[in-house]
Each structure stands twice: as structure tokens, then as C-alpha cells.
Design a protein around this ligand. Structure first.
Ligand code: ADP
Length: 551
């Protein structure tokens, strides 16, 4: 549109300029013609009647001829009565001619009322002025103007057409390129910029294309890096939280929600409260890792807070150390219990040995009793140490698995114990089938021996022991049942704990260490099996071991 207006204005300007120059050329032509006429008039003067001569020239050529004396008086005029004409000495063309030059002027004639072109020629003692209406030029110009206007319109139409064509060729692809650039800015990286035959536009399209590819590559890299980081953080068992300098949560991994119960949006709602304190302190310096109890059932958490940068961002890493704390507590208890268990027979042995010494020096017959006590304490210590060694070996070594016929193994162990069983006034019956499991032969023997030993020690004479090996649901099942004293229901869950005994004194009396069932459970669970007990006080107990059959 603007282009069209500009083209039109240029064409109009051009028309004006052409008209001006045509007019000035014709005026020069007219002047030349008038000069020639003036000279012809001058040549014919003084030959006859000057008035008749100038009238004749005027009639023939249509121009007005005026003869003017040097004082400005009109001597003769082809169109007017000279007497009626005023002094012409002030007319610009006459003034120039009086100076000896050819004078020219265009103005409205006072006598005719039309625009006139005047040319005045100087001759000795006379000025010959020839004039004609400028309408001659205007008439010719009006025709020419029509031609110029037609040419102008044609040129303007051509210019506008050309402009439209050029703008189509430039503007359309430019608009498409702009739309594509906007799409890229809005995040669409599938854009393929259109190539163009216009070099500059093509360069822009190529540049946009490389921006899209580069941007796509960078976004891919950033997404990959962020997904790797996300995957790493998501798989971390530790709760990982990032807080900004203004106490808002920036990031929390999935473990954070599981460990803390819920993920807070603001630091103020982070629990346990101790963590809030840690984060605030971490901003002003380093904080030592802290352990705290949290939730129900209570878990032990160990937290570390560290400042990320000067903006006050702090990363908090919380680990669940409940299992470690439990194991530590268990170890502490075990050491205390073991020391206590060892102390009693050692003290008895020392005291009995001292009493023995005294009795021997006095030749006291009680010496034999004290010697028996020393020996009993030593044997108890031996059993205790043997059980402790068994337990520690089982804990440290992983079972050496090999195909084991559990039926045969149980038969061997029961037969090995038969003499002792019968010495205790008990009957022993065994019922087995061959069942093969993957197991550690030595460890399994220890477990079976412990169960038979318990049955013997906790069953009064006259009772019986029944051992059965079978299989059920992919498991080999060993039952060791007795008709002994039984276990109170309240203690059933705890008899597998280390050093747990229903009646400590009685257990010691019968040679128990309190570790037998703990060893059984350890062996069975180490083989992927389970051990359980059913018992009725005064009626007897049945211990059941289940071990996965070898596929
Ligand atoms: P202990 O050496 O004292 O027998 P165990 O760990 O083998 O230690 O057994 C723990 C406790 O479980 C025993 O002190 C006893 O009170 C009870 N117990 C184990 N086996 C039997 C059983 N067959 N009959 C009755 N009570 C048993």
C-alpha cells in the first residue's frame, strides 16, 4: 500500500518535471520564433508605411507588433491605437532592450487581458516588440499532458505491479519465516525452515534451521542430564531434599516422602524439628551429622545438612539407620549377655577350686565334691565357648551349599544320640523319607543335634521323642517332637533369641547355654527356610524346620 502511494507520488513528480521542461523548451522555441519575427519586422521598417507593414506582419503571423521609441512612447502597434497606449518605458522587456539586450517577459496584457509572451529587440533608435498569447503553448501542452499522464499511469501501474510481485516474493517467505521463528520461540522444535530463492532470506532460513537443531541438541542433552540425575536421586535409599535460601523446598526425591512421612513445601513444616535447626545452622557454617528418632514405629534417622552455595540453598540427606542401630544394640546386648554367661561358671570354678585347695590341705572328704563342681563349671564353659564359636562361625561364613539328603542326615544324627536318649530313660522313634535339599551338611547337623539335645534335656524320664522327616509344598519338613515339660505360650516367640531361657537355672543345670535355638534359627534362615514351635505346658513341644527342596 505504502509502496503504491510512493510509486504514484514519484510518477506525479516525474510528470510535473516533464511538463516543466517541455514548457521551457517550447518557450525557448517561441522566443526564437518571436526574435525571428522581430528581426523580419525590423528589416521591413522604413520601406513604406510602417503601420501597414506591422499590421500585415501581424495579420500573417497572428502576433502583435509594437514599435517603441527610446523614451518609451509607443510609435506604432498592430492591435491598438498608439495614442491610447501608455508609456512602455517601464516594461521589463523594453527596459532590457533599451539596454541593448533582447528582452523577454511573460505577463497579463493590460490591453487584451490574456497572458502574453513579449520579446523586445533593440535597434538603433527603436525597440521592436513582438508578442503572442502564451495560450499557444498551453494548448499544445494540454495535448502533451494527456500523453504524459497516460505514460505516467502506465509507468505507475507497471511500478505497482512490479512492487506487488516483488513484495509477494519477499514478504510471503518473510512472514512464513517470522511465523516459524515464533513457533521455535514457543518451543516447537519440529520446525523445518523453508528455503528461499532470495539469498538473504535463504541465509535467514538456514540460520534458523541451525538454531533449531542446536537448540534441540542442547535441550536433549539437558533433558538427558536431568533424567540421569533424577534416576540416580530416585534410586537413592537416602532422603534427599534441597531447600532454597527463602526456606522453600526446591526438590525432594521419592525416598524423602517414604522416610519423613510427607514432603513439606516449606522448611517450617519439616519434621522432625531437629532437621529445621540443622538446615538453618548449615547456612552459617558446617553442622555435624545428627541422629534422631522419628515416626511410629520409631525409626532412627541420621541427617547431614550442607550449604550448596552463597544463596543459602541447603541440601539435606537423611539415612534410615534403624537396622544398623538395631544390630549395634544387639551386638552390645550380646557382648553383655555373653560376658555375664561366662562370668558365672568362671566364678563358680574359681570358688570351687579355692574350696578344693582348702579341703585338700585339710584332707577334707568334701574335696571330691568341690573337684566335681570345678569340672562341671569347666564343662559348662566348654559348651558355652563351643556354642559361641558355632554361632560366630555361622555368622561369618556363608553356608557351603551341596545336595544333602536330609532324611539320611536326620537318621544319622538321631542314631548318634540314641544312646544318650535311652540313658535318660526316653524312647526315640524316627520316621523319614529321602528328601534332597541344597545345604551345608555340617551346619544342618549342628541344628538337628541342638533340637534333639533340647528334647532330651527338657523331657523327664519315661517320656518319648519322635523325629519325622517329610515334604510339603516344595519344602522338606523336619519335626522334632517330645512329651516333655513344654514352653509357656508367652515365651514361645522368644525362645529363639540368644541367651533367652524360660528357666535359666534349670537350663544351666541340664547343661544348656541359651544359644541352641538361636543357632538353629540362624542355620535354617541361612538356608532360606524357617523354624517354628508349638508347645503345650506339661504336654510337650514340637519344633518344625522347613527347608526349600532342591529343584
Ligand atoms: P538352652 O541351651 O537353654 O536349651 P536353647 O536356645 O536351646 O537354650 O533353648 C532356649 C529355651 O527354650 C530353653 O532354655 C528352654 O526354656 C526352651 N526350650 C527349648 N527346647 C525345649 C523343649 N524341647 N522343651 C521345652 N522347652 C524347650
Amino acid at each position: 500500500m505504502t509502496g503504491g502511494i510512493v510509486a504514484l507520488a514519484l510518477v506525479l513528480l516525474m510528470m510535473g518535471m516533464v511538463e516543466r521542461s517541455v514548457r521551457s523548451i517550447w518557450l525557448a522555441d517561441l522566443d526564437e520564433h518571436l526574435v525571428d519575427l522581430g528581426e523580419s519586422v525590423a528589416a521591413g521598417l522604413g520601406v513604406g508605411d510602417d503601420d501597414a507593414w506591422i499590421t500585415e506582419v501581424s495579420n500573417r503571423t497572428g502576433v502583435r507588433v509594437t514599435l517603441i521609441a527610446p523614451d518609451g512612447l509607443v510609435v506604432a502597434d498592430s492591435h491598438e491605437e498608439e495614442a491610447e497606449l501608455e508609456n512602455h518605458g517601464d516594461r521589463p522587456e523594453v527596459v532590457a532592450a533599451l539596454r541593448g539586450e533582447v528582452g523577454q517577459a511573460t505577463r497579463l496584457s493590460e490591453s487584451s487581458g490574456f497572458a502574453q509572451r513579449y520579446v523586445a529587440l533593440p535597434f538603433p533608435g527603436l525597440v521592436v516588440r513582438v508578442s503572442t498569447p502564451t495560450s499557444v503553448i498551453e494548448d499544445r501542452l494540454s495535448d502533451t499532458r494527456r500523453v504524459i499522464a497516460m505514460a505516467g499511469v502506465t509507468v505507475a501501474a507497471l511500478a505497482i505491479g512490479l512492487l506487488v510481485l516483488t513484495s509477494r516474493r519477499l514478504v510471503r517467505p518473510l512472514e512464513r519465516l517470522a511465523a516459524q521463528a515464533e513457533a521455535v520461540a514457543a518451543g516447537d522444535l519440529t520446525v523445518v525452515p523453508e528455503r528461499s530463492s532470495v539469498t538473504e532470506l535463504d541465509q535467514m532460513a538456514v540460520a534458523l534451521g541451525s538454531i533449531v537443531r542446536d537448540l534441540g541438541g542442547r535441550i536433549d542433552e539437558a533433558e538427558q542430564a536431568s533424567s540421569t540425575l533424577e534416576a540416580v536421586l530416585a534410586s537413592l535409599p537416602q532422603a534427599t531434599l534441597l531447600f532454597s535460601g527463602d526456606d522453600t523446598l526446591v526438590y525432594a526425591n521419592p525416598a524423602a516422602g517414604e522416610m519423613l512421612g510427607r514432603v513439606p513445601e516449606l522448611l517450617a513444616s519439616l519434621v522432625p524439628l531437629q532437621l529445621q535447626e540443622m538446615i538453618r545452622s548449615a547456612r552459617s557454617g558446617s553442622v555435624a551429622p545428627q541422629e534422631m528418632e522419628h515416626g511410629l514405629p520409631a525409626r532412627w534417622l541420621r541427617a547431614v545438612a550442607s550449604r550448596v552455595d552463597d544463596s543459602g540453598r541447603v541440601v539435606l540427606i537423611v539415612s534410615d539407620v534403624t537396622e544398623r542401630a538395631r544390630l549395634e544394640a544387639m551386638r552390645r546386648d550380646f557382648v553383655a549377655n555373653a560376658s555375664h554367661e561366662l562370668k558365672t561358671p568362671v566364678a563358680t570354678a574359681i570358688a570351687s577350686a579355692e574350696a578344693l585347695q582348702i579341703a585338700l590341705s585339710r584332707d577334707d572328704p568334701s574335696a571330691e565334691r568341690f573337684a566335681a563342681r570345678v569340672s562341671a563349671s569347666a564343662r559348662h564353659l566348654e559348651r558355652l565357648v563351643a556354642d559361641l564359636l558355632d554361632l560366630s562361625r555361622l555368622e561369618q561364613e556363608s553356608p557351603v551349599l551341596a545336595p544333602v539328603d536330609l532324611g539320611a542326615l536326620v537318621v544319622e544324627e538321631t542314631e548318634g544320640a540314641r544312646q544318650r536318649v535311652e540313658d535318660n530313660g526316653l524312647t526315640l522313634s524316627v520316621e523319614t523319607i529321602p528328601v534332597t535339599i541344597s545345604g551345608d551338611d555340617a551346619a544342618l547337623r549342628t541344628a538337628i543335634r541342638n533340637l534333639i539335645d533340647n528334647a532330651v534335656r527338657h523331657t523327664a524320664a519315661g517320656g518319648s521323642i519322635y523325629v519325622r522327616v517329610g515334604s510339603s509344598d516344595g519344602f522338606a519338613v523336619v519335626d522334632v517332637a517330645d512329651t516333655g515339660e513344654g514352653i509357656p505360650t508367652a515365651d514361645l516367640d522368644r525362645v529363639f533369641e540368644r541367651f533367652y531361657r524360660v528357666d535359666t537355672a534349670r537350663s544351666r543345670e541340664t547343661g544348656g547355654t541359651g544359644l541352641g535355638l538361636a543357632i538353629v534359627r540362624h542355620v535354617v534362615e541361612g538356608h532360606g527356610g524357617r523354624v517354628s514351635v508349638t508347645s503345650e505346658l506339661g504336654q510337650g513341644s514340637t519344633f518344625t524346620v522347613e527347608l526349600p527342596l532342591r529343584p
